[in-house]
Design a protein around this ligand. Structure first.
Ligand code: ADP
Length: 385
C-alpha cells in the first residue's frame, strides 16, 4: 500500500545539553505516533555517551514501542533551535552553510545552541531526509525597533548583535492562532497578551498575529520570575556582586540562571510543590508566589498600555494551563481594566482550550494549551512541501 505524503510523520527533535526530547508527529492531523525523552546524555555512569548515542537510544525506545524508525517513511526532521540571532527570522532547511551560521550564534546562547548543533549533526548523519531548524526567536523578529533596542551605544550593539530577541516564540505564535480559533475570530482582529508559564516563563503582546513586545531579551533570562531564573534584576547587580561578594561573571550567570527565581526564594522550583507549601503556611513559599504574581501583573499592565487595551489574556504552558491559583491571583484587582475570572470556570479541571472569564467580559481570559512539537512539525512540513 502506498502512503500519501500526508500520512508521513515528521520527527521533531529538541536537543538540550543533557537531554533529547522527540516526537513522531503527523502534522496535518496532529496525530502523535510516538513521543519520548532520552536523559543524562554524557553524564558519568550514563549509558548514553553523546547525542549520537541519544539517537540510538531513541531508536531502541521506539523499537520497544513497536516502531521501527528505519522503516518509517519520514517526511523530514524538525529541530528546535533556541537562538536564531539576527540571521534567522523564519524556519530554514539546514545545509552546511546554515549549520555554520547556527554554530556561530553559540556565543549568544551558550547554554542552548551548542546542544542543538550537536543534535543536528548527529541526526543529519542518520536520516537522509530534509532537516529544518525552527527558532525560538523567530516569532519575535517582528518586534518594532523601539521594543527590540536596548539603550546602549549603537555601535557596540551592532558589533555584538545586542538586541532583544525574545524566546518561546514557537509557543506564543501557536497559542495566538489557537486562541483566535477558540474565540472563532480572525487573528488579525485581536490584541492578545499571552503568558507562557512553564519552567521558563515569558509574556508577549501580540497585535493581529504579530508580536509587538515580549519579556525575554538578548537571552532567556530577562523578564518574568521563573523556576530557577531571576528574570528582571537591576543591571547594576552584576557589578555590585562582583565588587561586594567577589563573584566572577560565570558565577553570577549561574546564580541568576540556575539558583534564583522561585527556587532561590523558596527552595523548590516545581510549581505544584510551591503551591502545596503556600497552602501549608510556608512563608518563603508565599513570598515566592507573591513575587512571581507581582511580576506577572507588572507585565500584563505594561502590555495593556503597549496594545492600547487587550481583547484577550491567555494563559499557557505547565503553570498557565494547570494552576488555577496563579490565574486567579494575576486577575485579582484588575476589574477596572476589564479583566476578571469566573471562579468555577477557572477551577474546572480541563485539558481543553477554554474561556475562564464571565460571559460578556471586556477582556476574554482564556486557557489555551501550547503544543510546540506540533507547531514545529507543521512549520517543517510547510517548508519541505
Ligand atoms: P517546560 O517549560 O519544561 O516545557 P512545562 O510547560 O511542562 O515546562 O511547565 C512546567 C511547570 O508547570 C512546572 O513548574 C510544574 O510544576 C508546573 N505544573 C505542571 N502541572 C501543574 C499543576 N497541576 N499545577 C501547578 N503547576 C503545574
Amino acid at each position: 500500500m502506498t502512503q500519501s505524503p500526508t500520512d508521513r510523520p515528521v520527527l521533531v527533535l529538541n536537543a538540550g545539553s543533557s537531554s533529547l526530547k522527540y516526537q513522531l508527529v503527523v502534522p496535518e492531523s496532529g496525530e502523535v505516533r510516538a513521543a519520548g525523552l532520552v536523559e543524562r546524555i554524557g553524564e558519568s555512569g550514563s549509558d548514553v555517551a553523546d547525542h549520537s548515542g541519544a539517537l540510538e537510544a531513541m531508536r531502541a525506545q521506539l523499537q520497544d514501542a513497536g516502531i521501527r524508525l528505519d522503516e518509517v517513511p519520514l517526511r523530514a526532521v524538525g529541530h528546535r533551535v533556541v537562538h536564531g540571532g539576527p540571521d534567522f527570522s523564519e524556519p530554514v532547511v539546514i545545509d552546511d552553510g546554515v549549520l555554520d551560521r547556527i554554530k556561530s550564534l553559540s556565543a549568544l546562547a551558550p547554554l542552548h545552541n551548542p546542544a542543538a548543533v550537536i543534535g543536528i549533526e548527529a541526526a543529519r548523519k542518520r536520516y537522509d531526509v530534509p532537516h529544518v531548524a525552527i527558532f525560538d526567536t523567530a516569532f519575535f523578529s517582528s518586534l518594532p525597533t523601539e521594543a527590540s533596542t536596548y539603550a546602549v551605544p549603537r555601535d557596540l550593539a551592532a558589533k555584538h548583535s545586542i538586541r532583544r530577541y525574545g524566546f518561546h516564540g514557537t509557543s506564543h505564535q501557536f497559542v495566538a492562532h489557537a486562541t483566535a480559533e477558540l474565540l472563532d475570530r480572525p487573528v488579525e482582529d485581536l490584541r492578545q497578551v499571552i503568558l507562557h508559564l512553564g519552567n521558563g516563563c515569558s509574556a508577549s503582546a501580540v497585535r493581529s498575529g504579530r508580536a509587538v513586545e515580549t519579556s525575554m531579551g538578548l537571552t532567556p533570562l530577562q523578564g518574568l520570575v521563573m523556576g530557577t531564573r531571576s528574570g528582571d534584576v537591576d543591571p547594576g547587580l552584576h557589578a555590585y556582586l562582583a565588587r561586594e561578594a567577589g563573584m566572577s561573571l560565570d558565577e553570577i550567570d549561574t546564580l541568576l540562571n540556575k539558583k534564583s527565581g522561585v527556587l532561590g526564594l523558596s527552595g523548590v522550583n516545581d510549581f505544584r510543590e510551591l503551591v502545596e507549601r503556600v497552602e501549608a503556611g510556608d512563608d518563603d513559599a508565599r513570598l515566592a508566589f507573591d513575587v512571581f504574581v507581582h511580576r506577572l501583573k507588572h507585565y500584563v499592565g505594561a502590555y495593556l498600555a503597549i496594545l492600547g487595551g487587550a481583547d484577550v489574556l491567555v494563559f499557557t504552558a505547565g503553570i498557565g494551563q494547570h494552576s488555577a491559583p496563579v490565574r486567579a491571583a494575576v486577575a485579582e484587582g484588575l476589574g477596572e481594566l476589564g479583566i476578571s475570572i469566573d471562579d468555577a470556570l477557572n477551577e474546572a479541571g480541563s485539558t481543553e482550550a477554554r474561556v475562564i472569564s464571565p460571559f460578556g467580559s471586556r477582556v476574554v481570559v482564556a486557557v489555551v494549551p501550547t503544543n510546540e512539537e506540533l507547531a514545529i512539525a507543521r512549520q517543517t512540513a510547510d517548508l519541505v512541501g
